[in-house]
Design a protein around this ligand. Structure first.
Ligand code: SF4
Ligand code: SF4
Length: 258
C-alpha cells in the first residue's frame, strides 16, 4: 500500500490497524506530520484500505494498479488478505479447504494422515525463506506437497522444496504447507515437524487430519500420545453429511487392488 503524502494529515489512525507495524507517522522537512508505509514490512493485507476498518479522514491510502506491482508484491496480497480470491486456486484464502470438505474431496482416506503446517499465524507473519526452510526439510523425506495448494505453484524445484527467486524476498500473513502420507509415516513426519519447530524463525500451528476407523476409534490420538503431543479441544470434526466420496474412493481403490 502507499500513502499519498499530499493528502495525509498525519492523524495516525491507520497505524492502529496495521498487523505488520509497517506504518509510522513522522514530521517531514516542512514540519508537517505525515504517515509512511515501510514497503518491506507491509504484507499487503489490505486492512488499511478496508473502509469499514480504517476510516482515513483524508482518503490518502491506496494500492498501486496491478501492472505497477511486481509479481511478488501481488502474491503478498493473495496470501495476506483472506477477502481476495487466490488466482492459483480460485478460492478465497491461502490454503485449500483442507479437511473441511474431505468427505467430498476424499483427499485423506483411512490408512493415511494429512498434515497442514500454517506458518506465520498468529500475528507474526512469515518470510517466504522461512516457508522454504520447512518445505526443504520435508522434501528431504520425499514428501509431495498438495498440488492444489497455492504454495505448490511458487515452488521452483518440487523435489527439493525450493521456491522461485521472484518470491524469496516476499512476506505473507501466513501460508499453509499441506500434504498427505501413509499412516505408518506419521511418527517420522512428526519428528521432522519438531525439528522444523526448533529452527523456525516464526510461529506455526500443526493440523493432523485422520479418518475414524470402522470401530469408531481415531488412530491419530494414539500416535499423538506416543509422540508427547496433546491435541487441542478445538479440533474440527467432519461428520459426513455430504456425499461420502472418501468411502467411494476407498472402495474403488480396494476393488482396483483385487
Ligand atoms: S489515517 Fe490517513 S490521514 Fe491519518 S495518518 Fe493514516 S494515511 Fe494519514
Ligand atoms: S496493507 Fe496491511 S500490512 Fe500493509 S500497511 Fe496496510 S495494514 Fe499494514
Amino acid at each position: 500500500m502507499i500513502i499519498d503524502q499530499t493528502k495525509c494529515i498525519g492523524c495516525g489512525i491507520c497505524t492502529l490497524y496495521c498487523p505488520a507495524d509497517a506504518i509510522t507517522v513522522a514530521v517531514n522537512a516542512e514540519g508537517k506530520r505525515k504517515a509512511c508505509i515501510d514497503q518491506d514490512r507491509c504484507l499487503e493485507c489490505g486492512n488499511c484500505i478496508r473502509k469499514r476498518v480504517v476510516k482515513c479522514p483524508a482518503d490518502a491510502i491506496y494500492e498501486l494498479p496491478k501492472e505497477e506491482r511486481s509479481v511478488g508484491r501481488q502474491m503478498r496480497r493473495f496470501f495476506s488478505d483472506p477477502s481476495t480470491t487466490h488466482p492459483l486456486t480460485g478460492v478465497p484464502g491461502r490454503g485449500t479447504e483442507e479437511v473441511k470438505t474431505n468427505d467430498v474431496t476424499g483427499r485423506v482416506c483411512r490408512g493415511e494422515l494429512g498434515f497442514c503446517l500454517e506458518l506465520g499465524r498468529p500475528v507474526l507473519g512469515t518470510d517466504v525463506r522461512e516457508i522454504e526452510k520447512a518445505t526443504m526439510a520435508l522434501a528431504e523425506l520425499g514428501v509431495q506437497l498438495e498440488n492444489s495448494n497455492p504454495l505448490y505453484d511458487l515452488l521452483k524445484d518440487k523435489e527439493k522444496g525450493t521456491f522461485k527467486e521472484e518470491y524469496l524476498d516476499e512476506r505473507f500473513v501466513s501460508a499453509i504447507i499441506e500434504f498427505t502420507v501413509p499412516f505408518e509415516r506419521g511418527e517420522e513426519i512428526l519428528n521432522k515437524v519438531k525439528e522444523i519447530a526448533q529452527n523456525a524463525g516464526t510461529v506455526f500451528s500443526l493440523d493432523v487430519v485422520c479418518c475414524y476407523d470402522e470401530d469408531g476409534t481415531l488412530p491419530v490420538l494414539a500416535l499423538c500420545e506416543k509422540m508427547g503431543m496433546e491435541p487441542r479441544f478445538n479440533s474440527k470434526v467432519n461428520v459426513g453429511i455430504g456425499r461420502p466420496y472418501v468411502i467411494e474412493r476407498e472402495d474403488r481403490e480396494r476393488r482396483n487392488a483385487q
